[in-house]
Design a protein around this ligand. Structure first.
Ligand code: BES
Ligand code: MN
Ligand code: MN
Length: 453
């Protein structure tokens, strides 16, 4: 088989090229890495050119650049738009990495580096699949690539780019590898992503830090108050108490829930992996449902007062927290941000002032399982993994997916090859070489199936 042979024959170069890309610390959140982000974009452009794109360009935005490339063969063939992101999360805390995050190493058949799975390793599979199809003369679709540099910070400039370039980006399907599958033995295709509403809260008490003995007991402590306010955001059934929060949540039918829960999942193994004695969440829902189809509210960070060495007796002036809510259809990110702001502000006692500052957000998205593109992806997975993939709902967010549907009027297929154990966003992020190569092969088969329809 030609495709398999080509991949097999170029394995070591396919790895080396990805390692070179992983050496570039393209952290979008930190302005210190701005030049590196541009260098990563240049690397992607060059890779697209070398793989056989007719056109590969760097598109400037108000933030980090977007790389666009294409190979248009014929107006009669279907067009696939590949989306991915070359930016990565910050690698902190560096001391918890076994090897430096931007000095990739291959160990136990896995590549260790920040971005190895999310998303450099995954979008690079698409460039190598494209190269494979070009070199074996078997590309039977038009291909467009849009690889952005701001996914990890909310994709706000991509939003503008997509709205302004709907003709350029016109396509029959959007193909994305930036999600996980259940396991190598149980291939799956993600058909749902949660939305996000992320904000920061500040509670202010007295106008300065005070002696906790002289004033303690008589003046509100903003850290105490913030903790009470946050604690009240869930009730004893694990439901979120923000007024109106569940109003637009779509409840799934019993059949849909049963189908979701048929996915292989071992609760004991899950607990063992995380070193927890029990799972936790909304009453009446399984773990799969709690992460896939139910919304959440979590504190991502909380600070205030003295946190240095030893003890300092202080009644702090301010307390802060970063709070995220994961959303499900049909919740709207802007509306939830508003509901939270109103609710949280109303919780504050007279003794403190509260300020809520929104960060980024994104809408939830569900992709269809009855489309030709899904059928092509399913057949491609089955061919390579030997099993029909199961549709799953992932808990993470890719904010741009819902915009694609609205602006480009095209469906998305989330053909991801990561594993939950790949430690994305964590120290020692990695990506299996097997996932990388089987992913490339599956993507090649996707084109063949989709192009032959
Ligand atoms: N690739 C992830 C999203 C993801 C991970 C989806 C695993 C499904 C399974 C993406 O890069 C990501 O991390 N998104 C952020 C949102 C963004 C606005 C910062 C997230 O989910 O926190
Ligand atoms: Mn990602
Ligand atoms: Mn990510």
């Amino acid at each position: 088989m030609e495709i398999k042979e080509y991949i097999e024959g170029h394995k070591s170069r396919f790895i080396d090229e990805l390692l070179d890309l992983l050496r570039i610390p393209s952290v979008s959140a930190d302005r210190k890495f701005k030049e590196d982000v541009v260098n990563a974009a240049r690397y992607v452009r060059k890779s697209l050119e070398e793989a056989g794109a007719d056109k590969a360009e760097i598109c400037h935005t108000d933030g980090h650049p977007i790389v666009y490339g294409e190979k248009i063969i014929s107006a009669d063939l279907p067009t696939v738009l590949v989306y991915g992101h070359y930016d990565v999360q910050p690698a902190d805390p560096y001391e918890l990495w076994d090897s430096p995050p931007f000095e990739p190493v291959v160990k136990n058949d896995k590549i260790y580096a920040r971005g190895a799975c999310d998303d450099k390793g995954q979008f690079y599979m698409h460039i190598k699949a494209f190269e494979t199809l070009m070199s074996t003369n078997s590309l039977n679709c038009n291909v467009k690539f849009m690889i952005e540099g701001e996914e990890e910070v909310g994709s706000s400039n991509l939003d503008v780019f997509v709205r302004e370039n709907t003709d350029k980006l016109a396509c029959d399907v959007i193909l994305i590898s930036d999600t996980a599958m259940i396991s190598m033995e149980h291939p799956s295709i993600c058909v749902g992503l949660r939305g996000l509403s992320y904000l920061e809260v500040e509670v202010t008490g007295p106008n300065r830090d005070l002696h906790s003995g002289v004033y303690g007991g008589a003046v509100a402590n903003p850290v105490n108050i913030l903790c009470e306010m946050i604690a009240s955001l869930h009730d004893d059934k694990g439901r979120i108490t923000v007024k109106g929060f569940y109003d637009k949540v779509q409840d799934l039918s019993q059949e849909e829930r049963e189908a979701l829960n048929k996915a292989p999942f071992d609760l004991n193994e899950y607990k063992r992996d995380l070193d927890i004695n029990e799972v936790h969440g909304e009453d009446g829902y399984t773990t799969i449902e709690r992460t896939g189809i139910r919304p959440t509210l979590d504190v991502n960070g909380i600070w205030g007062g003295y946190t240095g060495e030893g003890a300092k007796t202080v009644l702090p002036s301010k307390a802060h927290a970063k709070i995220s809510m994961r959303l499900v259809p049909d919740q709207d990110s802007a509306e939830i941000t508003r509901l939270f702001t109103d609710h949280f502000t109303s919780l504050a006692p007279e003794s403190v002032k509260v300020r809520v500052t929104p960060h980024h957000g994104g809408q939830p998205a569900v992709t269809p399982t009855d489309s030709e593109a899904y059928a092509a992806a399913s057949a491609a997975c089955e061919e390579v993994f030997g099993k029909k993939p199961i549709p799953t709902r992932d808990g993470g967010s890719i904010p741009i997916v819902s915009l694609f549907k609205n602006e480009l009027d095209s469906e998305t297929v989330l053909l991801g090859f990561g594993l939950d154990s790949d430690a994305i966003h964590s120290p020692n992020e990695h990506y299996g070489l097997k996932n990388y190569f089987l992913g490339i092969e599956t993507i090649c088969h996707f084109y063949r199936q989709f192009g032959n329809k």
